[in-house]
Design a binder for this molecule. Structure first.
Ligand code: FRU
Length: 496
């Protein structure tokens, strides 16, 4: 990650910047790492998904955006829409850091449909002349389906009982009331979430208190991007705790994003865990996920995350862009665990079937974007090298392996030429009782693996060179293999 001066960091996008950003975008579009079916920034840095919702017959999503380079500076919200959750249109800048309340960034938040209008609830990251932070929770309304207009005053001021870390409001509508869950840090430097309530999203927000999650009183120093969703008759608390110590297979990323299934009582503010905290994804790059409000699918929720991490660097930083979002996932609960399947509409992406057969070995040149489905693995040993080198040496590429004695499923990106975040380790392993199926989505610079129909997922950025272009699959026994070319549906129109 590059370092920048405060002046560069807190720059506000003006009309006079458009030409230079357009030029930057023209250069970026030439990058071989540009994704073909993932949301990515037109320029600069993308981090969290924000304001994910279904409104006016369309899906809406926004991303945290720093336009001027691959750096974390004063963030904007960039808006995109989709009919199907698969092909997305660039709509342009929605919110920029141009008021006193958000002078150092329009930070993450969520959306709600209220009074038939799309409303965005976000954190104004205010810093004073002494560089001391005073976060505010604020609202902006989409007027005439054209322009997001910020309300003059914040809806929630900083609570003096917590540190300056108070952000990422997720708004929910439950039993005729609006609730906000907010990520905070208490004065003992422990991560917490606060719950606010109101009858009217613009006024009278009242702090009800801390969310009480028994057993999680000492669980990281900050909880970012908290979210509560209901799936069937269960509640799921999702959050991104910072500061957990790596422990065996667990918590090996610099920060985590996970969930607890349980019961939520909005009167007592108790969330009663019925599962342990589980990471949502076992790969290298997954953070700050958000579920969509006003879901159109019954009994499921759709979740999307930043395919990246804070305090990390990526190969494209030198090309003035960084970050992308994950594929949308449909959530359900099975045997007390969250199941995450690729959103059903992703089938639209499928183009020609390149191959479909049963065998033990498979070798082919890779042409991205691509989906590989393996079935009937029967928990047999398996090795896959994606983006292996031209000689297809077994020690090259992004390696996936299943060791059926140890029941270990491992991914390893340490043999790729472009190394990223090696200080965070280059392998990740999860324990699997059974390995039956894999569904792998490969874009120009990412690999998303769905294991056993969404029982586990592993998501990673990778930046293969031209020489790293082969795919090799070797199984202990016959497996069913299907490979599909995917359509290049990502729209690269330059719109601000
Ligand atoms: C998570 C996060 C949020 C914050 C935003 C700023 O990645 O740190 O807590 O609102 O990013 O871009």
């Amino acid at each position: 990650m590059k370092t920048i001066t405060n002046k560069e960091k807190y720059r506000v996008l003006e009309k006079s910047d458009l030409q230079s950003l357009k030029d930057m975008n023209e250069e970026i579009k030439k990058s071989k790492f540009r994704q073909k079916f993932h949301i990515q920034p037109i320029t600069g840095l993308l981090n969290d998904p924000n304001g994910f919702c279904f409104f006016d017959d369309e899906w809406h999503i926004f991303y945290q955006w720093f336009p001027f380079g691959a750096m974390h500076g004063a963030k904007n919200w960039y808006h995109m829409t989709s009919d199907d959750l698969v092909s997305w249109k660039n709509k342009g800048l929605a919110l920029k850091p141009d008021t006193v309340f958000d002078n150092r960034g329009v930070y993450s938040g969520s959306a709600i449909i209220y009074d038939n209008k799309l409303n965005l609830i976000y954190t104004g990251n205010h810093k004073d002349e002494r560089d001391i932070r005073h976060p505010y929770q604020c609202v902006a309304v989409l007027e005439d389906n054209k322009k997001f207009v910020k309300k003059d005053e914040p809806i929630i001021n900083m609570s003096q009982d917590y540190t300056e870390h108070q952000r990422d409001p997720k708004i929910m509508y439950v039993d005729n009331k609006y609730y906000i869950i907010l990520g905070v840090q208490d004065k003992n430097l422990k991560g917490r979430a606060l719950i606010y309530v109101s009858d009217d999203i613009y006024n009278n927000w009242k702090l009800l208190g801390e969310l009480k999650v028994k057993g999680y009183e000492d669980f990281g120093y900050m909880w970012e991007c908290p979210d509560i969703i209901k799936i069937e008759d269960k509640y799921v608390l999702i959050f991104s705790p910072q500061g957990l110590q790596a422990n065996g297979y667990k918590y090996n990323n610099i920060h985590q994003n996970g969930y607890i299934i349980g019961e939520m009582n909005f009167e007592t503010l108790e969330f009663i865990p019925e599962s342990e905290f589980e990471e949502l994804d076992g790969g290298f790059d997954f953070y700050a996920s958000q579920s969509a409000n006003q879901n159109i699918y019954e009994n499921t929720a759709v979740l999307i995350a930043w395919m990246g991490l804070p305090d990390s660097s990526y190969t494209t930083d030198d090309e003035n862009w960084s970050g992308c979002l994950t594929l949308p996932r449909e959530l359900s609960i099975k045997n007390g665990k969250l199941v995450q399947k690729p959103a059903r509409n992703l089938k639209i992406l499928r183009d020609d079937v390149i191959t479909s057969h049963i065998s033990k070995d498979y070798l082919q040149k890779i042409e991205t974007p691509l989906e590989i489905k393996l079935d009937n693995i029967n928990s047999k040993n398996l090795e896959i090298n994606i983006f292996s080198d031209k000689n297809n040496s077994s020690n090259s590429g992004f390696k996936i392996s299943f060791d059926n004695k140890k029941c270990e499923f491992t991914i390893d990106r340490g043999s790729l030429s472009n190394k990223i975040n090696t200080n965070q380790g280059s392998t990740r392993t999860i324990k699997l009782n059974v390995l039956d199926k894999l569904d792998i989505f490969i874009d120009n610079s990412s690999i998303e693996i769905f294991i056993n129909d969404g029982e586990y997922t592993m998501t990673s950025r990778v930046f293969p060179t031209d020489e790293e272009c082969m795919l090799y699959i070797k199984a202990e026994d016959n497996i069913k293999l299907e490979m599909c070319r995917l359509k290049e549906l990502m729209n690269e129109e330059f719109i601000i």
